[in-house]
Design a protein around this ligand. Structure first.
Ligand code: GAR
Length: 191
């Protein structure tokens, strides 16, 4: 199963996927390319470290969504990698119908809350401020509804007394690093 990862940030989840692959824990999945919409994103430094092609793609003209010329550039680059699965691992742009249709049924996203609670930006902060006692993360199929596609799996963490936003974020990120590679391995057994 050929996997393409899209990320905008430090890339700790992409790293967890590549580490799982190195450890033989990614089933029949193999990461074939990493792409970012940010030229200086940490996720791109994983390329040389793990021997995977990693490149920046100009997302212009929009700031928060992938549409128009930027979308066309992403579609062309991702298509050239011939993915069976496209993993959004901290890709902070709204995906529009053009990209969705190009990779229909093949796109999954990681979100740092127990969806359908706390979709959108800052899922961890939203949950923390609401005072939930159980938080977590979700991997779901991507549809036109932001953070609204079918839930593939979730992991929970308890919010303990004295928890701070920072300690909660650490726990949720650790849960993400286990959940996302496990879902990819499971999907690789199903195709
Ligand atoms: C992760 O916590 C992921 O759940 C979140 O961005 C972070 C990326 O971290 N994604 C979203 O909020 C998507 N709405 P990383 O760059 O270290 O993998």
């Amino acid at each position: 199963m050929r996997v393409v990862i899209l990320g905008s940030g430090r890339g700790s989840n992409a790293e967890a996927i590549l580490q799982a692959q190195q450890a033989g824990q990614l089933g029949r999945a193999r990461v074939v390319a990493v792409f970012s919409d940010k030229p200086d994103a940490g996720v791109l430094s994983l390329g040389p470290r793990f021997g995977v092609p990693a490149s920046y793609i100009d997302p212009a003209p929009f700031k928060t969504k992938l549409e128009g010329e930027g979308e066309a550039r992403f579609i062309a680059a991702v298509r050239a990698a011939q993915p069976d699965l496209v993993v959004l691992a901290g890709f902070m742009r709204v995906i529009k119908p053009g990209f969705l249709e190009a990779f229909a049924g093949k796109i999954i996203n990681l979100h740092p809350s127990l969806l359908p609670s706390f979709p959108g930006l800052d899922g961890i902060g939203q949950a923390f401020r609401r005072g939930v006692k159980v938080a977590g993360c979700t991997v779901h199929g991507v549809t036109a509804e932001v953070d609204g596609g079918p839930i593939l799996d979730q992991a929970t963490v308890r919010v303990v007394s004295g928890e701070t936003l920072e300690t909660l974020a650490k726990k949720i990120h650790a849960a993400e690093h286990a959940l996302l590679p496990a879902v990819i391995a499971r999907l690789s057994a199903e195709i």
